[in-house]
Design a binder for this molecule. Structure first.
Ligand code: NAD
Ligand code: LMR
Length: 331
């Protein structure tokens, strides 16, 4: 029997990630082959004509699962009854910038959107922040929404793209198909301080460090490559990643909405307990697992060595610094 339709709000829908994302949601790749989708697309007024073109293309695909498409520049209308809010709309960085350099431009977007989601969205609404710097934008949005009683635990920031980048690097190094690389968690910030934890990853069921047999590569080139991959793509393409970012959105939603029981990466507000001593509320990348549909928890019991602990301290310090830079938006 088909499930009831799911309403998915997407912001920045006429942008480059939007263009790579909407068609995949509409074809059922995020929510499954039995779930009809209502798309509610938010754009700046100036981008509405371009968004109308995207809507025409969605129509022209005649997707059987696409129930309806709403295009709007009205935030409340976009989030009304949404079961998912995918917050992509934000300015991307250019070559030479760090993602946190965008806080002053993008941070303010998330206060109003957080409040609107808390007021308008469905009671089960889950939010995935993609717009950078996504961890601290999610902190801003979840704080605004929590003031209106929306649980912070329903907010996520995207680190799935980093996980996939890391899995691909490990697979190439070990000369195995990427499907054999599992349990690679991205800890901390979606930034150049993130810690991709190869020490708890597996390759073909065995510990990744044993299979790779090159601790120096894991500590050096591997981590640096994952941390700097976004910048490398901007340098090569002249624009930030889009198709791979959209692919990571699809997989994040799928991991929550259609759980497999496997470990996956996303950043969530650190809980008071069970958040590996991260200051409460900081939106921090963790290994997550969804046991049943919509119910996601941080994987417990991971013991880090000294090297990992030093990396976690650096990424935590950066997130605290970002939090300090937006304290007016959190007050
Ligand atoms: P883009 O410039 O192509 O598109 C962004 C769109 O957002 C534009 O169409 C713009 O009109 C719209 N927009 C801006 N402010 C808005 C607002 N307040 N409400 C609604 N729409 C708004 O950018 P893009 O390449 O699609 O990237 C979007 C964001 O995603 C950037 O911040 C980028 O850095 C980030 N990103 C994150 C990841 C990740 O892994 N977390 C990966 C790739 C990109
Ligand atoms: C990425 O990781 O590709 C995105 O966050 C875009 C960027 O600015 O690097």
């Amino acid at each position: 029997m088909p499930d009831s339709p799911v309403t998915v709000a997407v912001t920045g829908a006429a942008g480059q990630i939007g263009y790579a994302l909407l068609f995949r949601i509409a074809s059922g790749q995020a929510l499954g082959p039995n779930t009809k989708v209502r798309l509610q697309l938010l754009e700046l007024e100036a981008a509405l004509p371009a968004l109308e073109g995207v809507r025409m293309e969605l129509d022209d695909c005649a997707f059987p699962l696409l129930d309806s498409v709403l295009c709007t520049s009205d935030t409340d209308e976009a989030f009304r009854h949404a079961n998912w809010a995918l917050l992509v709309g934000a300015v991307p960085r250019r070559e030479g910038m760090e993602r946190k350099d965008l806080l002053g431009i993008n941070g303010g977007i998330f206060t109003g959107q957080g409040e609107s989601i808390a007021r308008e969205a469905a009671d089960d609404c889950r939010v995935l922040v993609v717009g950078n710097p996504c961890n601290t934008n999610a902190l801003i949005g979840s704080t605004a929404a929590a003031r209106l009683d929306m649980p912070r635990a329903r907010w996520f920031a995207m680190t799935m793209l980093d996980e996939k980048r890391g899995r691909s690097q490990i697979a190439a190094k070990a000369s195995v198909p990427v499907s054999e690389v599992r349990d690679l968690a991205i800890w901390g910030n979606h930034s150049s301080t993130q810690f991709p934890d190869a020490w708890h990853a597996t390759v073909g069921g065995s510990p990744a460090p044993e299979v790779i047999g090159d601790e120096e590569w894991l500590r050096g080139e591997f981590i640096a490559n994952v941390q700097q991959r976004g910048a490398a793509i901007i340098e090569a393409r002249g624009q930030s990643s889009a198709a791979s970012a959209a692919n990571a959105v699809i997989d994040t939603v799928r991991n929550v909405a259609q759980p497999t029981g496997e470990i996956f990466s996303a950043a969530v507000p650190a809980p008071a307990q069970g958040g590996y001593d991260v200051p409460e509320g900081l939106v921090f990348g963790y290994p997550l697992r969804a046991a049943e549909r919509g119910s996601v928890g941080i994987v417990e019991g991971i013991v880090h060595g000294e090297f990992a602990r030093s990396k976690l301290a650096v990424t935590t310090a950066e997130l605290l610094e970002e939090r300090g830079a937006v304290k007016e938006l959190l007050a």
